[in-house]
Design a protein around this ligand. Structure first.
Ligand SMILES: [Zn+2]
Length: 248
C-alpha cells in the first residue's frame, strides 16, 4: 500500500484524458508542481472534481508513488476559486496570465525534500487580490507588481535606475528602452551607440513607478498615484522586459 500525501494546491491546467479520467497540473504548497490524474471521475459523477477549474485552490490527496508520468489523486476538496462568472473579461485575462507565468516558470517535478515553495504563496495572493480588486485599474497595478517581483525572484532584476551606456542615473523626461540590451538608455547616449538598435521611448515617470513597485511591499503600491498614460507605459515596460528575460 502506498502512502498518501496531502497538500494545498492551485490548479494550473486541466486536460481531459479519456472518458473517465481527468489529467491536471497543480502547484502544491508542499511539493512544488505535479501532474495528477483523477480516475473514474465521470463514473462517480463527483461534483467536486468536476469543478476543478484553473485557479482553484484545492485540498489535494494523492498517492506518493508516481504512476507513469503522473500522481494518482485519491481526494480533492475545493477550498476557494476565482469568481470567473462575476469578473470582467479583462480581469479574468489577468488571472490566467498570472497562472500561466507561474506554470511556465516552474518545473514539472514533485520535490519531496524541500519545504518552501514561495511560488505557491505568491500565486495564491495574486489570485485573491486580482479576484477581489474593485476595478480593472487596481487589478492591473497588482499584476504589474506581481510580474516585477517574479522576475526579481528568478534573478532577472531589471536595471531601471541607470543608463546602460553611461551608467548615470536616469532622470531625463524621456528615456529609451533598448530591445537589444533589455535596459534603458538616456537621451545623451541615444545618438552614439544606439543608432542601429531598436528602441522605444517612455516617460521617465513610468520607470519611477516601476522602481517604486520593485522596492515596496504590496500594501503600499496602491498609494502611488498613476494616471492612465503612465499606467499604460508601465505595463508596456514590464511586458517588454518580461519578454526580454523569459522569451514569452
Ligand atoms: Zn547615458
Amino acid at each position: 500500500m502506498n502512502d498518501i500525501y496531502n497538500s494545498l494546491a492551485i490548479v494550473l491546467r486541466t486536460f481531459d484524458a479519456g472518458e473517465y479520467d481527468l489529467f491536471f497540473s497543480v502547484l502544491t504548497r508542499d511539493f512544488g508542481k505535479l501532474k495528477c490524474t483523477a480516475r473514474g471521475i465521470k463514473k462517480m459523477s463527483s461534483k467536486n472534481v468536476y469543478s476543478l477549474t484553473v485557479g482553484s485552490l484545492v485540498d489535494l490527496y494523492f498517492l506518493a508513488k508516481k504512476n507513469a508520468s503522473s500522481y494518482l489523486v485519491t481526494g480533492a476538496k475545493i477550498d476557494w476559486k476565482p469568481d470567473y462568472l462575476k469578473n470582467s473579461f479583462t480581469k479574468n485575462k489577468l488571472l490566467f496570465s498570472g497562472i500561466q507565468l507561474i506554470d511556465q516558470l516552474t518545473l514539472d517535478e514533485g520535490v519531496f525534500d524541500q519545504d518552501n515553495f514561495w511560488e505557491f504563496d505568491y500565486l495564491f495572493n495574486y489570485l485573491m487580490e486580482i479576484n477581489r480588486a474593485k476595478s480593472y485599474k487596481k487589478a492591473l497595478i497588482y499584476h504589474i507588481y506581481f510580474v516585477l517581483k517574479i522576475l526579481d525572484h528568478y534573478g532577472f532584476k531589471p536595471e531601471f535606475k541607470k543608463c546602460i551606456a553611461c551608467s548615470k542615473s536616469l532622470k531625463d523626461k524621456k528615456i529609451y528602452y533598448s530591445f537589444r540590451d533589455g535596459a534603458f538608455v538616456c537621451e545623451n547616449c541615444l545618438f552614439s551607440d544606439f543608432k542601429n538598435t531598436q528602441i522605444k521611448e517612455f516617460p521617465f515617470s513610468a520607470l519611477k513607478a516601476a522602481n517604486f513597485f520593485m522596492n515596496n511591499k504590496a500594501e503600499v503600491i496602491y498609494k502611488l498615484k498613476l494616471d492612465k498614460n503612465i499606467l499604460k507605459a508601465l505595463l508596456e515596460i514590464v511586458t517588454l522586459h518580461k519578454r526580454y528575460c523569459l522569451g514569452f
